[in-house]
Ligand binder design. Structure first.
Ligand code: IDP
Ligand code: MG
Length: 149
């Protein structure tokens, strides 16, 4: 099973979209294994988005991401890294198909409401950056045998 880091960004939280976003992951069948509601520091966001440090929007992005609370989560499931990126849609909501989270719920690239890890390698890095080992909850999902053959 793969794990990925998903976060409702400050705009998603302010717009009251946490429930809608959790619902999409829950109803698809993914398993929530860690979650916390936090306001990240600008330093933490600079670290999270280090790969984008040379982009012109980097400073503004880190400021926006630390401007309010974030719902940080780790979800688990088969091929979840790739599948969750499909659920998110494209980085630019304008390129995101209806039915995707960004395609249904937001308009502007700088306010695209949700983060999701883009590769398995980055998912591992991001999960470790946001969560300590003791913040994970180990439990059996009763739906598991009905989701996987
Ligand atoms: P992703 O979130 O779809 O993985 P990335 O390219 O990793 O997209 O960019 C990270 C975040 O940076 C985006 O989700 C968005 O919030 C912001 N961003 C990306 N491109 C732009 C831009 O051209 N203008 C403003 N913000 C941007
Ligand atoms: Mg990215």
């Amino acid at each position: 099973m793969e794990r990925t880091f998903i976060a409702v960004k400050p705009d998603g939280v302010q717009r009251g979209l946490c429930g809608e976003i959790i619902k999409r992951f829950e109803t698809r069948g993914y398993k929530l294994v860690a979650a916390k509601f936090v306001q990240a520091s600008e330093e933490h966001m600079k670290n999270h988005y280090l790969d984008l440090k040379d982009m012109p929007f980097y400073a503004g992005l880190c400021k926006y991401m630390s401007s309010g609370p974030i719902l940080a989560m780790v979800w688990e499931g088969e091929s979840i890294v790739k599948m969750s990126r499909m659920m998110l849609g494209e980085t630019n909501p304008a390129d995101s198909k209806p039915g995707s989270i960004r395609g249904d719920l937001c308009i502007n690239i700088g306010r695209n409401i949700i983060h999701g890890s883009d590769t398995l390698e980055n998912a591992k890095k991001e999960v470790a950056l946001w969560f300590k080992a003791e913040e994970f909850v180990t439990y059996a999902s009763c739906a598991q045998p009905w989701l996987y053959e």
